[in-house]
Ligand binder design. Sequence first.
Ligand SMILES: Cc1cc2nc3c(=O)[nH]c(=O)nc-3n(C[C@H](O)[C@H](O)[C@H](O)COP(=O)(O)OP(=O)(O)OC[C@H]3O[C@@H](n4cnc5c(N)ncnc54)[C@H](O)[C@@H]3O)c2cc1C
Length: 462
Amino acid sequence: MVLSAPGESSIMSTTNVKPGPTSPVLDFVAIGLGPFNLSLACLADPIRDLRGLFLERNEDFDWHPGMLIDDTTLQNPFLADLVSLADPKSKFSFLNYCKQEGKLYAYYIRERFYLSRAEYNRYCKWAISQLSSIAFGSSVEHVEYDAQQGHYLVRGRNVRTGQPFMHRAARLVIGVGSVPQLPPCCGELRERCIHSAHYVACKAELQQKRSIAVIGSGQSAAEIFYDLLKESDEHDYTLTWITRSPRFFQMENTKLTLEMISPDYIDYFYNLPDGVRENIIAKQDSLYKGVNASLINQIYDLLDDRRSRGCNSARLITNSELSACRHDRIEDRFHLRFVQRDEGVQYTHVTDGAIFATGYGQNVPGFIEGIRARIRWDDKGRYRLSRNYAIDVSGREIFVQNAGLYSHGLTNPDLGMSCYRNSCILRELTGVEHYKIERRIALQDFSVPDTEAFVKMPLEAQ
Ligand SMILES: Cc1cc2nc3c(=O)[nH]c(=O)nc-3n(C[C@H](O)[C@H](O)[C@H](O)COP(=O)(O)OP(=O)(O)OC[C@H]3O[C@@H](n4cnc5c(N)ncnc54)[C@H](O)[C@@H]3O)c2cc1C
């Protein structure tokens, strides 16, 4: 990708553009640099004459640093790297990273296909070091549309110097990720409650407490519980793991279920009515929110070992929905109220420390207020995505990453579908299918097959 205008040679020439009528109009500005827009940056890089710029408010890349716990791994095999599923020959592939860093043989001998999260983070940083299209420390604050010129104005500030910037772009790709979510009853204690997104930074403080409650039972909750459990011998705390779910369920990863992470399933899901899609998502927790089976087993083994040695003080409780949360300032303790619906009771658990692994919600950033009228919204205030990931009324100007759970289904947050989505977005940005887009990969049919062997009729006619 050629970032600079003719005669300009580096990112600096573009990032320092002063607000003014003469700044160049880029083909696109991408906002946010998580793995999804980073994958786009890598795939866009070799495309000549495509002028794009990636703005990231952080000063460096760090993938969910609050959850970079030792020994945690990705939930996808390494092929779900930034580029391989679109272009296995790309110089940004994980295998090329291993080759360049002298790690390829070690990786081959280790036979571990699930990278550690720390290694994935290093790999992303390595890819970034070869890109000139990224402006770190650039916080986007406002976007508007210049109707006369027919392009977008992206305004913001350098986080270190406070220096304002403005860029002009024909199109936008919003990749600002999601935001940590606390249960609604934590409203007034928002500042006091520690979300799993900040676990690593708060771990030492938590370990000073005599009792710690972990709330939630997704992968993050399980990783935190295990991490605290392993070290509980060295500290003097008791652990309680409480979840609303009826069980500590595993993430389903049998092969015919994994086929749902596919273009075929996106097509099927996208074409269902709104209400139907919503109901389906509500029933798919175990497909994208569950815990790795190996981690559940490790937790069990450690608890069982502690029990055999007569030193297990941890408690695990399911079916308990947090309904109230109060912090007693004098005692410095949380009073957590839970409802156990099956038994028809509520109970209070008092704990010194609490960590909320209660997930993430859609991030509709404030900077889009200036272009709100150009965006299509659903009746729940979420973006209404076109099949090609555009959210604007024309269906070809503003694209989003990781914001289509209710339109494109469970493939939305999955790193394994990043290359597919970015291949589609690049086709929209350039008018050319630079990376071959698979239409059908599944062995199974999600829709009733369109052949003579299956005769379709409306339900009423049964
Ligand atoms: C702990 C954890 C582990 C996960 N592990 C996996 C896994 O193994 N496999 C899998 O498939 N999925 C996984 N996921 C889910 C998902 O793939 C990740 O959340 C992924 O990081 C999402 O990428 P993203 O690019 O959408 O957003 P993010 O990684 O959240 O990045 C968004 C970026 O946008 C920037 N930004 C926001 N606002 C602005 C602004 N106004 N101006 C400039 N920049 C801005 C932010 O600073 C941030 O860097 C995991 C999620 C979590 C939380």
